[in-house]
Ligand binder design. Structure first.
Ligand SMILES: *[C@@H]1O[C@H](CO)[C@@H](O)[C@H](O)[C@H]1NC(C)=O
Ligand SMILES: *[C@@H]1O[C@H](CO)[C@@H](O)[C@H](O)[C@H]1NC(C)=O
Ligand SMILES: *[C@@H]1O[C@H](CO)[C@@H](O)[C@H](O)[C@H]1NC(C)=O
Ligand SMILES: *[C@@H]1O[C@H](CO)[C@@H](O)[C@H](O)[C@H]1NC(C)=O
Length: 480
């Protein structure tokens, strides 16, 4: 044991080039600040176990070219508790490659009544380059009586900054304001780089983007990925809101679970066609939305490639219980493929599994499995009628969905709408509308390569009794 400890210390010393400065154990954040001020590049500032209070002054950096590590005894033991007195850290170009690790940072923020209300706990300004590792942020708040836009309950990242979060938890943090509050855990401006590697965002709340509100940044999701869980937004995007110009990289999963939005996008909302890049996989379960897209609201046909597929299951919404595609105006892109499945979601109105809005032009589902969803109509997939809507549903399987009054694949009423259903099957669905339980056309709509029993203009389609699998067409279906 003793030998192991000596070896471990020797090994540690060999790796650490700079000096180690230990903060005197007096529980004052001012002492951390004073010790940091004495450090040089490459040094490690050790914050021993204990509770450190009084954030009347934030920790500030040491300037360009001075990178240090501030290390605690672990998130359960070294706790910086601001008791609602201010921010823990406020960094710009003075933080040049800093690491803060193994500590908890809690209860930062409070009422901030300025026009520039950003960041309850950590403010990452332009030029700041910061990594948080094995850090827990909790109980950060940003609020105030001023009518304005408040951003980032725990963290705000400004343009031209870099923030890496590794093994980090941000929880129970909020933006509450009479105006608009964005990003209960984290909000960012455009042109930033934010990296998530094994990060949990939970129990946070805001007006929009209950957990995350990210504008136009490069977002890396690495390793064990990003879990966004149990957050809520009064308006849009209960879990995470990715806005115009966000670009995704990395091989980690995005998991959104049990988030709730009053408006669109219970779990996650992607907005604007300039949001692009690659996400390894998306799993959306148990989210809810008052508007469209219980699990995912995929806005403006944002061309994001989800290499490992999308699973949307057990979500609910008014329309689009699992996924809502809306406002597309882009070139053909495959959105959900054969590695994707949309199951056991519920919509009170239309599109239990998937809702494709009128303006969603040229979007493609290829080989997706849509089953066990429920909605008044379009229990599997509902496609709004419009001159623009011309989605392609290739090899999609729609089965075991339940619609009390409509059908599993429902198409709105518009003469020049065209829906390509090459290779798709809709069969073995349930509901009260026996004539149209598998395919339900609301009038003058058009299928290209129609599913067996599919609609021609104004027709209705019979239920298929046969089992439904990928190869099957619905042999017993026919037009009435
Ligand atoms: C907090 O620290 C500041 C100096 O940083 C000091 O002036 C103030 O008295 C401290 N407040 C408390 C409650 O200790
Ligand atoms: C992820 O981070 C948490 C701490 O937030 C840690 O307990 C867990 O071991 C990490 N998981 C992996 C796979 O690194
Ligand atoms: C994403 O869009 C930007 C322009 O908005 C473009 O520069 C970039 O190459 C695109 N990235 C990918 C991966 O398509
Ligand atoms: C749907 O996805 C889940 C999770 O990846 C998987 O367990 C299940 O087998 C998939 N179902 C189908 C029919 O592909």
């Amino acid at each position: 044991m003793a030998i192991h400890l000596v070896l471990a210390l020797a090994f540690h010393a060999a790796l650490t080039s700079g000096a180690e400065l230990v903060v005197p154990v007096d529980g004052k954040v001012a002492s951390i600040i004073a010790t940091v001020a004495a450090a040089s590049s490459g040094d490690t500032v050790v914050v021993p176990a204990g509770r450190w209070t009084n954030c009347s002054e934030p920790i500030v950096g040491l300037g360009s070219g001075v990178a240090i590590t501030v290390t605690g005894a672990g998130a359960a033991d070294t706790i910086i508790d601001c008791e609602g007195t201010g921010r823990i850290l406020d960094g710009s170009t003075d933080f040049d490659g800093w690491v803060m690790e193994d500590m908890a940072m809690i209860n930062g923020g409070g009422a901030i009544d300025d026009a520039d209300a950003r960041a309850g706990c950590i403010r990452v300004r332009s030029g700041c380059h910061l990594t948080l590792r094995r850090v827990e942020l909790m109980g950060c708040t940003l609020g105030g009586a001023r009518t304005g836009t408040y951003k980032g309950g725990a963290i705000h990242v400004a343009n031209n900054a870099y923030l890496a979060l590794v093994d980090v938890v941000i929880r129970d943090s909020t933006v509450t304001t009479v105006g608009s509050g964005q990003g209960g855990a984290l909000a960012s401006a455009a042109d930033t780089v934010i990296s998530f590697d094994n990060v949990t965002i939970s129990g946070c709340g805001a007006h929009s983007g209950g957990g995350l509100w990210i504008a136009g940044s490069k977002v890396y999701i690495h390793g064990a990925g990003l879990l966004v869980e149990g957050n809520s937004a009064a308006d849009t995007a209960g879990g995470a809101y990715f806005r115009a110009g966000t670009e995704f990289f990395g091989a980690g999963p995005l998991i959104v679970r049990n988030n709730a939005a009053g408006g669109d996008g219970g779990g996650v909302l992607f907005r604007v066609a300039t949001t692009n890049g690659t996400i390894a996989s998306i799993v959306a379960t148990g989210n809810s939305a008052g508007g469209c897209g219980g699990g995912i609201n995929w806005g403006h046909d944002a061309p994001i490639t989800v290499t490992g597929g999308v699973v949307a299951s057990g979500n609910s919404a008014t329309d689009g219980g699992g996924v809502c595609f809306t406002q597309g105006r882009r070139e053909v892109t495959v959105f959900l493929d054969a590695s994707s499945n949309v199951t056991s979601n519920t919509a009170s109105r239309h599109g239990g599994g998937i809702y494709i809005a009128a303006s969603s032009t040229d979007m493609v589902l290829d080989g997706t499995y849509v089953s066990d969803n429920t909605a008044a109509d379009g229990s599997g997939i509902f496609i709004e009628g419009s001159s623009n809507v011309k989605p392609s549903l290739w090899g999609v399987i729609i089965t075991r969905n339940f619609s009390p009054t409509g059908g599993a694949l429902a198409l709105g009423d518009f003469p020049s709408a065209s829906v390509d259903t090459a290779g798709s099957s809709s069969c073995g669905n349930y509901g009260g509308n026996n004539e149209a339980v598998d395919v339900h056309c609301h009038g003058d709509s058009r299928f290209v390569n129609p599913v067996a029993g599919g609609c021609t203009q104004g027709s209705r389609c019979l239920r298929a009794d046969s089992a439904c699998d990928h190869a099957a067409t619905c042999a017993s279906a026919s037009q009435s």
